[in-house]
Ligand binder design. Structure first.
Ligand code: HEC
Ligand code: HEC
Length: 196
């Protein structure tokens, strides 16, 4: 859907690189804001993601973003698109991008959720998830990503990848997740999606 725009950007980048080679002119290194332009079509220009398959990056910690990018690049974390994108950047770029998005303010997505599940999830997360997903999921311990206000379909997709063993959970998260019923897990995801 957003693919064509991305393809155009890739095309434009290739053209710029080619011009640089031909004229021998060395471009100044891009600023973090310029780097982040390549992400905005999907991850949002206003702090919220552009669609239900994509996470918001605004307010995520620098280390969470840089770690995710490294895992996409190495293939450790499965992806539909990020693996290909991450290959175009260096570790220094990941850190610059992480800092850029960590300083943005999250604008929570507007979505319809089941209030009963939200309430049940709010109770469950205290014991099950809050040791790493801090402040109702708005923050994360170390490289834990922010889950607050993310699209429910995105959270469901990532949970399915974990349960299928395609994406690897930290051991302590796996212990908790595996002890929960499908319904309770669903309630937890409703809760996190609801947080503003
Ligand atoms: C064409 C759309 C698209 C573009 C452009 C894009 N992303 Fe993504 N991003 C996604 C999708 C979709 C996911 C979910 C993983 C997947 O399936 O690839 C994702 C996931 C992520 C995650 C994981 C966040 C989390 O909560 O776990 C990070 C970090 C990320 N992208 C960073 C970036 C950065 C930095 C850029 C720009 C250099 C970028 N993305 C450009 C679509 C995009
Ligand atoms: C020991 C710390 C810890 C605990 C406890 C924990 N998590 Fe996580 N969680 C993480 C880390 C770290 C990641 C990122 C791991 C990776 O790279 O895939 C993560 C990722 C996630 C993601 C994917 C988010 C994204 O944007 O990619 C979801 C959803 C999630 N956790 C839900 C839960 C739920 C629900 C619970 C409670 C049952 C829970 N977690 C308990 C540390 C934890």
């Amino acid at each position: 859907m957003k693919r064509t725009r991305w393809d155009k950007k890739l095309g434009a980048t290739a053209l710029l690189l080619a011009c640089g080679l031909i004229t021998g002119v060395q471009a100044a290194p891009p600023s973090p804001a310029m780097l982040a332009n390549a992400c905005a079509g999907c991850h949002g220009t206003h702090g919220g993601s552009a669609g239900p398959a994509m996470p918001s990056l605004a307010g995520q910690s620098q280390v969470a973003i840089a770690t995710a990018m490294k895992k996409f690049k190495s293939g450790e974390r499965p992806s539909s698109i990020m693996g290909r994108i991450a290959k175009g950047y260096t570790e220094a770029d990941f850190e610059a991008l992480g800092t850029y998005f960590s300083e943005q303010k999250l604008v929570a997505t507007v979505q319809t959720l089941d209030p009963k599940r939200v309430a049940r999830g709010a109770d469950l997360q205290v014991m099950q998830c809050s040791s790493c997903h801090l402040d109702d999921g708005r923050e994360g311990l170390d490289d834990t990503p922010a889950v607050a206000g993310q699209w429910l379909p995105y959270l469901q997709m990532q949970m399915a990848l974990y349960l299928e063993g395609q994406r690897k959970m930290p051991e302590k998260m796996a212990q908790r997740v595996k002890s929960l019923s499908t319904e309770d897990l669903e309630s937890l995801l409703h809760f996190y999606a609801s947080v503003k």
